[in-house]
Design a protein. Sequence first.
Length: 277
Amino acid sequence: MKTIGVDIGGTKTAIGVVDVKRGSVESKVIIPSKSFKSDTKNLKLIIKTSIDLAKIYKIKHIGIGVPELINNNGIIKGNYNFKWNNFNLKKFFPRKMSIKVESDVRCHLLAEQKFGKGKNVNNFIYVNIGSGLSYAHFKENKIYSGSRGYAIHFASSIISLYDWKKAKKISLIPEDYYSGKDILKIEKNFKNKKNKYKVLINVSESIGCLIAGLINTVDPYQVVLGGGVISNNLFLKKNIIKYIKQFIIADEAKKIKILTSKFRDNTGILGAGLLFK
């Protein structure tokens, strides 16, 4: 069986033909998001390209991964990356086509579960450290999406801490400081190598602490780390894993498997196409 996988990203959208049996991606098309002045024009081209590719290969199933909150009915509920809040993407496609819409991080999880490091594992979390920070949880042979579909965030809401001993309050949104975009800023702005590594170690500690908190909460058997930061920065990856294990509470849980994704460029396309498997 072949499907169309659509991986919508903040900088580009990748669309391809997915062989769900082999776990391969064919005939990929890239659409740069920055070439459009509006999200509406970008969306129209994404839809047209997806339909055209489906017609060429006589495919009726199109899976779409979106970097936004998606409720359990497949409706976009957020405008973090695009002004598409309350959009029902299914309405823009011909009725004869079968369309599924899901959060992009869950598409990445599906790719790992079917063909990657999560294969034959019944309880694992996939953590994406890229343009943003998000996670997805696979347990009891299905993706856990929460009662409304919003179980993907672990670093996107404000953390407000008050140290009453020092009468000091700290408030921040972790994703605004530790995403891939922030890592690039650190790499660019800190010319002194010693100072740069000091900052990156502190960032690694913060990210590791956040992921350890997630592990302490949901207690998975295994963790798979993915995203541009993990695949492109060995120094950060090693330190993030070190701090994850340091901040896990239970001694037995410290033995958890922490793996890195086997995929790179085509994870989102593959996972979106696998929404129909």
